[in-house]
Every structure is written in C-alpha cells, then in structure tokens.
Design a protein around this ligand. Structure first.
Ligand code: GTP
Ligand code: MG
Length: 341
C-alpha cells in the first residue's frame, strides 16, 4: 500500500491519501488494561521497546514515549512519536495514579495529538465499560477528539478478518457501529503476533494510512484544546523561570520546578476529570431514565393489549352464545313448522 491510497476496516476507498506530512507525528495509544496497547506501540516502532505480556494486572504502569523515523509516503523522513499509556480513562479504576498519568500523557503530547488510537482486544466482549471509556474520552477532550480517533482491534490472528467483520455487523454492536461512523470508519484489525514480514509491513501501512487520513482531514493540525494550550503556556513559563533562575543562581533546583509544573497539570487534569465523571454519570442516569420510560411504555402497551384481547374474547364468547341461541331458536321453529304442517 505504501504512500498511496487508503485502507481500513470500514470502506477501504474512503481514506484520503497521505498528505500533508508533518515532520513530527504524535500518536497516543489508549485503552483497557491488557488490550494490546504496548504490543501495538511496539509494532509501530518496529521493535520491542515497551513491555508487553499476559498479566492479571496492568503491565504498563506509566506513560512512556518512544520514537521512530519512517520515510514511506513522504518526501522527507518523518519522526513518529509513540506514547504508550496504562489503562487510562477506565472509569472503574480512576485512582490518583491514573490521574497523574493522564496529566503526564498530556504533558508529553502538549504540542498536540495527531492520532489517538483506541485499542481493544478483538477476542473480548465489547462491554458497557468500554463504551463508558469512549464517552469519557469524548467528554474529557471534547467531541472533536473523534476527528483524530482510530479504533484498533488487536488479536487479528485469533479472530480473522471475516469473523471480525461479522461481529462488527451484528445488530447488538450498534454502539460500536456508531463510534466507527463518527471516526469515518477508521477501524482496523491488527495482528501483533505475526512474524510474516510482508503482513507486518502491510498492516502497518494500513494503520499509518489511517493516521495520515486523520492528519489530512485535519489539514495537518494536531488535536489540541484549552487544556493543552494552558499546559504549553505553563511549560514555557516554568522553562523561563528555570533558565532565569539558573542564570541568577538563586532559583529552586530544576527537578523541583518540574515537579511543581507536573503538580499544576495534575490539578488541572483532576478538576477536568471530576467534571467529566460528573457529566458521564448524569449522561448515564439520563440514558437509564429514558430506558426505564420506554420499558414502562412497553409494559403499559402490553397491559393495554392484554385488556383488549380479554374484551375481544368476551365479545367473541357472547357472539358465540348469541349465535347458539339463534340456532336453537331456528331449529325449534323449524320443528314447530314441521309439526304444524
Ligand atoms: N495473539 C495475540 N496476542 C496479542 C496481540 N496483541 C497483544 N497480544 C498479547 O496480549 C497481551 C497483553 O498485551 P499488552 O501489549 O501488554 O497489553 P497492554 O494493553 O499494553 O496492557 P497493560 O500495559 O497491562 O495495560 C500480551 O501477552 C500480548 O502478547 C495480538 O495481536 N495477537
Ligand atoms: Mg502496556
């Protein structure tokens, strides 16, 4: 595939060609613990940089960044920054550490995120929690984050393209279908285990085509918002203090400045995360209320139709009795008529 057209899980022809090509591309991988984020990050990097293994607990504890250079598709080689994360935005486990890691992830990507890869395991059920994670990301970053999202399903080797497409087309996968539509069908099945070099290259090109489609759709501008701008401003301010301080030999040590800066971002992230959780809970409650309303309407309609059926049965019974009576009367009348004759 290389530098040319698109490809993907949805409509293969819809992705735009690779252009414009920023010299520096930042990709962030997020998703549930064990979904295959680090393995996918390693596949992009082309080497086993991040720890990736089976575990009952989370393997990646902290956000980490690594970079690679690729020259495919663009005139100049470009740097791809890959940020691997622990299970962020999993609303069932938002510990203090997670909040700190979200802050760190935002710090690492303060110049903007070109593409956010939402990683899922193709061989696990897509649960309510998975949907909540997506909703949480949308509330936290803002709805326009979907313009930078790519859905990546790992364990392609175990599921296979045909099965996977059937699973996606299932009528019960409507939430996933909606999200895929919001992401302009940038949805990919990925196999991190393949040792076939050609397959590795093809699927990586497919993934990078999706990244380039995102870049192209956004005119090369990475995702950013007020929070990122504030982080960048704060970063520049702290840098200035650091530089001035070291020049005057009076300031705090650099690591203290950095810690203070990180604390500030964490506080900002914490506030945003709290309001996100509040909004998400409100959204869930409204959904639940709407569901309950529909359920009670269905129950009422059922009761109403049961009552109507009962009435119809009564009417039928009465009509039967009336026709029996009429028949008896007619037979009696016929007998009398015969007797008279
Ligand atoms: N068969 C198969 N296994 C995979 C694939 N991708 C990841 N795995 C395996 O899934 C397990 C978890 O993968 P990780 O990359 O550690 O997942 P993670 O999302 O980074 O996990 P945490 O860091 O704990 O959040 C590892 O044993 C991987 O080898 C894949 O495409 N196929
Ligand atoms: Mg990991």
């Amino acid at each position: 595939m290389g530098g040319g057209g698109g490809g993907g899980g949805g409509d293969d022809e819809e992705w735009l060609p690779r252009c414009p090509c920023p010299a520096d591309v930042t990709i962030v991988l997020v998703g549930k613990v064990g979904s295959g984020k680090s393995a996918t990050a390693n596949s992009i990097l082309g080497s086993k940089v991040f720890a990736s293994k089976h575990s009952y607990s989370s393997v990646t504890k902290m956000c980490q960044m690594s970079r690679t250079t690729r020259s495919d598709g663009c005139a100049e080689p470009r740097t791809i920054n890959v940020i691997d994360t622990p299970g962020l935005f999993d609303m069932s486990t938002t510990t203090e550490d997670t909040r700190k890691e979200i802050a760190k992830c935002m710090e690492m990507s303060k110049n903007g995120i070109h593409a956010m890869l939402l990683v899922f395991s193709a061989d696990s059920r897509f649960t309510r929690e998975d949907a909540d994670t997506i909703e949480c990301i949308k509330i936290f970053f803002g709805d326009s984050i979907v313009n930078h999202m790519i859905l990546v399903f790992t364990r392609g080797d175990q599921i296979g393209e045909v099965n996977w497409k059937d699973m996606l087309a299932d009528k019960d996968a409507s939430y996933l279908q909606d999200v895929a539509k919001q992401c302009s069908d940038r949805i990919i099945l990925f196999d991190n285990k393949t040792i076939d070099a050609q397959h590795q290259e093809e699927q990586l090109n497919k993934l990078l085509d999706a990244v380039d489609s995102v870049i192209s759709n956004n005119n090369g501008i990475p995702f950013s918002n007020k929070m990122f701008t504030q982080i960048k401003e704060e970063h520049d301010r702290q840098n200035e203090i650091g530089v001035q301080g070291s020049a005057e030999q009076t300031s705090m040590p650099r690591h203290d400045i950095y810690d203070g800066y990180l604390m500030l971002i964490t506080k900002m992230v914490e506030e945003k995360l709290n309001s996100t959780i509040e909004k998400l809970q409100k959204q869930l409650m409204e959904e639940q209320k709407a569901r309950q309303k529909i359920e009670s309407e269905v129950a009422e309609a059922k009761m109403r139709s049961e009552e109507e059926i009962r009435k119809l049965r009564e009417e039928l019974e009465k009509a039967k009795q009336d026709s029996d009576k009429a028949r008896q009367f007619y037979e009696k009348f016929k007998w009398m008529e015969c007797a008279i004759m």
